[in-house]
Design a protein around this ligand. Structure first.
Ligand SMILES: [Zn+2]
Ligand SMILES: [Zn+2]
Length: 408
């Protein structure tokens, strides 16, 4: 069953899609050549820059917060007006309808790095970035759309698919030209808010399929090519932490820490305040930690294997790491459960009980910090495992180092 579906949904790359090729080739020429020509002869106005900026963020966020995190992954609940905004300005990003985009994206997650992944990075960075769009998608719609039954039931999404080209013409090109008309410069509006913006947003979102599978680290999972990359976030509306996203795709965030750049996450925070989005799905912290520690443990194992560590040392290290991992995870669960209980019940408690709980929380927090510190020390010690060519003498220093770090 699974193998039949796989053979049916692989995108055949045989027939060039001349419409897509023409669009993806001509738009950059008009965007860069045309805008440069226009600026040279007519200058640039503040309204044109604002036209570009507002359209850039509206269309980019409609793709990341809308197409990606809402329609593809259903990571939160979204009001009808906000869905409509995503559908109109997502179409204006000219990256196909929600039905097409999300079906491809769900297959990307399910079959990542294989032939059935529409933008398989193993076929090369350029292919994953743009090459795959240059071929006709000849798959039968009823088969291809097997993975989006929920979206096919949404009348707004079906409406967008039906009127997709019309929305593109109106929202992506006529609207910015009309804004330019306000100051008698429709061509300026069309170039800045239309062509130049389309091309820039195209490549910013294409980077997620190419660069986010090529450069960066893999802190949460090493099963596939998805990577975390802090500098990619600002270029991709906050989708730089792609390794986290592939591991925890039900999470509404990509940048899971408050300081990690994630524009879509911050946009959704505002949408929540405005009552347009709710019920955000978050991965429990202990699960995130577990994934991270498992990856770190595998690194140490690989280092030990490369260093040709003797069996005895191997067992010693594994035992210590396992203890450290359990201790760290327990401390985190203990702290989180207590915090949850405190937030849930504190309004019903007397002042005295609240004070006692605050103390308890502080104690758990210290315990967690301690466990984190010890784990980091242990990983640092492991990273001093000598290079295979320098075994013997150096491995002794390493074991001494390791034995110095206390787990509890
Ligand atoms: Zn995704
Ligand atoms: Zn990906």
């Amino acid at each position: 069953m699974e193998s039949t579906l796989r053979s049916q949904i692989a995108r055949p790359n045989e027939h060039p899609d001349w419409v897509n090729i023409a669009f993806l080739l001509l738009t950059p020429i008009i965007a860069f050549g045309g805008t440069a020509w226009y600026v040279y002869y007519h200058g640039v106005t503040k309204l044109e820059l604002a036209n570009f900026t507002v359209m850039y963020f509206l269309t980019g966020l409609s793709i990341t917060a809308g197409y990606h995190r809402y329609f593809s992954h259903r990571t939160y609940e979204c009001s009808k007006p906000l869905q409509l905004l995503y559908l109109i300005f997502g179409a204006a990003a000219v990256q196909n309808s929600v039905l097409n985009w999300c079906s491809d994206h769900r297959y990307h997650h399910r079959y990542v790095d294989t032939n059935e992944d529409p933008y398989n990075i193993l076929r090369g960075g350029l292919y994953a970035h743009i090459g795959w769009i240059l071929y006709k998608d000849t798959r039968a719609v009823n088969i291809k759309y097997k993975n989006i039954p929920d979206l096919l039931k949404n009348p707004l999404v079906v409406w967008q698919d039906k009127w997709y080209l019309f929305i593109v013409v109106v929202a992506s090109f006529a609207l910015p030209a009309y804004i330019g008309l306000i100051e008698g410069r429709p061509v300026g509006g069309l170039l800045w808010g239309g062509f130049l913006r389309v091309v820039v947003v195209h490549h910013m979102t294409f980077f997620i399929n190419s660069l986010a599978h090529m450069w960066g680290t893999k802190p949460y999972s090493e099963k596939d090519t998805a990577r975390d990359n802090w500098w990619l976030g600002p270029f991709t509306f906050g989708e730089g932490y792609h390794n986290f996203h592939h591991k925890f795709q039900a999470d509404y965030r990509n940048g899971v820490r408050w300081y990690q750049f994630d524009l879509a996450k911050w946009w959704l925070f505002v949408m929540k305040l405005l009552g347009q989005a709710r019920h955000f799905s978050r991965t429990p912290e202990p699960l995130i930690l577990k994934a991270k520690l498992e990856v770190q443990m595998r690194h140490v194992e690989a280092r030990l294997a490369a260093a040709g560590a003797p069996e005895r040392m191997w067992q010693l290290v594994q035992g210590r790491m396992e203890m450290g991992r359990v201790r760290f995870e327990q401390a985190l669960v203990q702290y989180h459960e207590a915090k949850l209980e405190y937030t849930r019940q504190k309004d019903e408690w007397t002042k005295e009980v609240r004070r006692q709980w605050a103390e308890k929380l502080e104690f758990y927090q210290d315990d967690l910090d301690d466990a984190r510190k010890r784990w980091a020390e242990m990983i640092r010690a492991m990273n001093r495992i000598p290079h295979p060519s320098a075994q013997g003498l150096l491995s002794l220093t390493f074991v001494l180092d390791l034995l110095k770090t206390r787990v509890w």
